[in-house]
Design a protein. Sequence first.
Length: 452
Amino acid sequence: MSDEEYEYDYDSDGGGYDYGSDQEGEEGGIEDELIEIENAFYEGDDYKSENPKKAIELFEKVVDLETARGSEVKWRFKALQNLVIIHFGLNQHKKSVDRYNDMLLYMSSVTRNECTDAINMILDTIGASTNVEVLSKMYEITLQALKNSNNERLWFNTNQKLAKLYLDANKLSEVERLLGVLKQSCQNPDGSDDLSKGTYLLEIYCLEIQLCSVTRNAARMRQIYPHTLNLNAAVADPRIMGIIREEGGKMHMTEGNWLEAYNELYEAFRAHQEAGNSRAKDCLKYVVLASMLALSDINPFAAREAKVFAEDKEILAMSDLRMSLEANDLTRFERTLNNKQNRILDEPFLMTYIQPLRRRMREQVLLNITRPYSKVTLKFLGQELSLTEDEVESLLVDMILDERLSARVDQIHGYVLLGGDRESVASKKLKSLAKWADTLSHASDSLLAKLS
């Protein structure tokens, strides 16, 4: 048989051989559609910043094309997420809400992580807005969608973010309501805290402590604060503990417990620094303030974490204040305090304690001045401390009652006798009154705690 007999007749059926089938053609068309959808998505993603209207057009195209294909939602879900954010950024709030509702319909069609990431990104992005009405609506829509989603972490985070939104907007009754909902989710059947949910409980207490700070409810703060320290042994997120410890330190400051305040504020500073929170610098200022009021020998600036701020002008000013106190240099102290470039008097929390700090400074100077004398006139002390004789007398009496100075004040002749062991009648009366006032204060605090 010759080679010619084995030749194929390609035109024997009236046409060329068809290498492709109908099925292959359909697959090719499907592949083209997928490529078109993907290209439209990434093109829209590129236009988000420079041309948001064009981006909207392309993302809408992605939604339409994938919707026409059937049940697949991979690109549609992502496109809707972008549409929500873009519309919100353009102040097109109604369209943003509508598209958010559309996106949430597909929650069950995407993975848990994809759903969580998308919702968190949207809530974090819109969180910078000052439109509380729209923001609260977006949060409420989210919570409604999460009711049956079995995503406890996302549900908890959304409630927490909404509570913070209401706290910033001073809608305190709404904050209380959400605190009740969150607490209930972290309780045992007998109403006690479920310690297995330590992280959640810390976040709840953190929010409640911030509410106490806003409402100035010191009694409630004192009741809550110990719970946070017990939980801290098991779970310690520096972002949460930074806020809790800072508020706890401020609570001790209001009560004049300077050493406890110093310890709490120092822990807050370390937590803020570990978490990379910008609050760390302000908290370091408060640490220095508390250390001066507590007359602590510990140098806050010796800590490794504090050395990061060694060249910061505002921190250097606080360091200068501390050195003035240690050197008993009242002139330098006042100069540093009143220097506007140091911005010490611009800080509301620091301003609250400027007078106690000035008093502490004068106490130290007074101790230093009177050390070599056995008898000093009130007039002389007033000149050295830039105070009137009545103010000097008041300062002396307080220091005698606090047992920081062993002396007797002669009000008639206007001088003070140093180093005497005998107390004047006035000093004894004042000491008795002080003890009586302390007893009343403790009784009042106990009663308030029981009532709350």
